[in-house]
Design a protein around this ligand. Structure first.
Ligand code: ADP
Length: 288
């Protein structure tokens, strides 16, 4: 049997390897599988991706996922491919020839989930080409980008309204972790989601807390960081944010000298080195 065939629960188990849905995932997925539009407000890490990935595999045709973040797009596609899903990403960061290869695969109906940067979707003739393949759904990730009230307004997102006009029978699911009422209303308005269902998950994250420590000469901030890592989070993975690139490098080096597996990650690094560090962080345990 095709591993992507079947109902949501079967796909959750066989493709993604999870035993149960979380929170409202199942209700959202069933609503979209049935052809309904939805707006999903869920905190980061809440499990938004499955809310469109599972319907994409339940419904016939190709799902188009609009995402503004190229790095996230590539991570998602890599994870899906590893799970045996035929996923691809179209954006400005592809090596030459790759976009044409993906477009060919799309035309042949070989792609189940296509991640697309919004500016790409509205290039001349793109929607017309897309209209030639059956579409299962549109997922609009980081949907707050459509709103000027959100923290990351992207003018290209305003054009997403066209999708519904052009493909009225293809369900849409918009997802965001930005939940204030003004942004939410604006997303509904801008994407014309008035007939859709709105799902709001709890934004309480009992596993996350802030602690603030006053600056003092002794012990130094570094020493306190090391103490925090080695007593409270020994052997666990984590991220230390610093104010400058140089500081990330110095801090990682210092932590290494103290026996912690640490490395830096910032936009000034060579892309291979950055990718290698990201890869290690995702694969290995106990990396800072
Ligand atoms: P978001 O997009 O909301 O930030 P993700 O979709 O990336 O969150 O999911 C966060 C993490 O939770 C991922 O590692 C994902 O695999 C995991 N996850 C999502 N749904 C489930 C589930 N039903 N059971 C177990 N893990 C899940």
């Amino acid at each position: 049997m095709n591993p992507s065939a079947g109902d949501p629960e079967n796909i959750l188990r066989t493709v993604f390897g999870f035993t149960a849905f979380r929170g409202q995932q199942e209700a959202i997925i069933r609503h979209v599988v049935a052809g309904g539009d939805a707006l999903v407000l869920m905190p980061t890490g809440g499990g938004k991706s499955l809310c469109y990935q599972i319907p994409a595999l339940c419904r016939r045709g190709m799902a188009v996922v609009v995402s503004p973040l190229i790095a996230l797009m590539h991570n998602q596609v890599a994870a899906l491919r590893q799970a045996g899903v035929r996923a691809a990403a179209l954006n400005s960061a592809l090596p030459p020839g790759e976009a044409a290869r993906i477009e060919r695969a799309v035309g042949e109906g070989q792609v189940q989930l296509l991640y697309v940067a919004p500016e790409r979707l509205f290039l001349e003739g793109y929607l017309e080409r897309m209209a030639r393949v059956p579409l299962s759904l549109f997922a609009i990730d980081e949907a707050h980008c459509v709103s000027m009230w959100g923290h990351d307004f992207r003018p290209d997102y305003r054009q997403l309204k066209q999708l519904h006009a052009r493909f009225p029978n293809v369900p849409r699911i918009a997802l965001t972790a930005t939940a204030d009422q003004r942004t939410r209303d604006d997303i509904v308005e801008q994407l014309d989601l008035r007939g859709g269902q709105i799902y709001v998950a709890s934004f309480d994250r009992p596993n996350i807390r802030y602690g603030v420590q006053a600056k003092q000469p002794k012990p130094s901030a570094r020493d306190r960081l090391l103490h925090f890592i080695s007593t409270r989070h020994k052997g666990e993975s984590g991220i230390v944010y610093c104010l400058s690139r140089k500081k990330t490098e110095a801090t990682a080096e210092w932590l290494c000298s103290k026996g912690v597996t640490a490395f830096s990650y910032h936009a000034g690094m060579k892309s291979e080195e950055r990718a290698a560090n990201e890869d290690r962080f995702l694969r290995e345990e106990g990396v800072v």
